[in-house]
Ligand binder design. Sequence first.
Ligand SMILES: C[S@@+](CC[C@H](N)C(=O)[O-])C[C@H]1O[C@@H](n2cnc3c(N)ncnc32)[C@H](O)[C@@H]1O
Length: 411
Amino acid sequence: MSPGPFLLGLSLGGRRVVAVGGGAVTVRRVRDLLAEGAVVEVLAPQVAPELAAWAERGEITWTPRRYAGAPDLAGAFLVHTATGDPDTDCRVAADAEAAQTFCVNAGDAAAGSAQVPARAVVPTPTGEVRVAVHAGGDPARAAAVRSGLEEHLTSGVVNLRGRRPHGGWVALVGAGPGDEQLLTRRAATLLAAADVVVTDRLVPRALLARLPESTRVVDVGKSPHHHPVPQHEINRILVEEALRGRGVVRLKGGDPYVLGRGGEERAACEAMGLAVEVVPGITSAVSVPAAAGIPVTHRGLARGFTVVTGHEELPGLPTGGDHTLVVLMGVAGLRETAARLVEAGRPASCPVGIVENGWTPQQRVTLGTLADIADRAERVGVASPAVVVVGDVVTLAHGWPARAEGAGAVA
Ligand SMILES: C[S@@+](CC[C@H](N)C(=O)[O-])C[C@H]1O[C@@H](n2cnc3c(N)ncnc32)[C@H](O)[C@@H]1O
């Protein structure tokens, strides 16, 4: 096995780094060095605009001349050379070697005493996880491996739990509408870092099945007419678990802030001094109609949409078919909602689509008009969870022409 490089973490905060050269490679490296808090001096007759701007703002020092010899490197903890001239790079590297200062030679990586690995940072509530990859001096291979590792780390399958030096934490995480492929990467990362997952009824079960066995799952799922855990109790669980030093993910169907009481849960945690990260999810209000082929807006058909929970909110809303209404939790009140909309001025012929269990294998679509949708829904036994869509955009649903022939449900 050939020796090195020995992969080591450098703390560069407040330490002097000299970068010789002013081109694109130096820009990339200096950006990283500044993020680590290094004190950077750039030495080059001309520099790229980014370097000039950083120098102007006092974020780096720029000495506008060519490299003049070893004294230029005095006091540096690290040297970086990328001049585009192999002779100059070699001279800088040799002077650094003589001064026993590590040097990255971007022109000939193997000739420098230090090499920059491909890196990735995965933030978690209990600190960053950093990955560095060196692949036998092949930067493209190192970058590919790094990206693969980063992907793996944020996929939710790697246990990212820390020793909790920072204490407990809470994240309100949207799980999307029902297909685990629609979970965000941040949601997957936080699930992998959580000790406790407090979940809802509409969260994809496959997601929970993939959690490490040691992750405690608390199901506080509500269903219509059945509220096993009251909201104040859910708030108490979140606060208590986090104050005991645990990492808590509050996993909610769709998006936490769309008819999901996410704001209340965040306020309850913050009132107890807990910082809360909120991770948006794909809301059912838009994505479940989409699963049936219905865009909530469409040029020439609808220019806006409103999301409501039932018939109370209906008076005062636009009544034209070009304004889409999306009704969540609207199955029980469907007949009354349809009647109220007609009373309010929508034509009885206004198209309506009901999408049950969107994005799951049980998805079913029932199409009709305000005049007949309640009867059609009753006939096929429409049940919650379902999204009801009212407006001309429903004519874009997969299978819409079948309705005209009198079919009640279109799968
Ligand atoms: C309490 S609301 C929560 C909405 C959620 N925060 C969101 O952004 O999707 C629950 C309602 O969302 C709708 N819903 C959520 N997921 C659904 C799905 N996969 N299929 C059909 N409707 C769904 C139903 O109307 C259900 O009664």
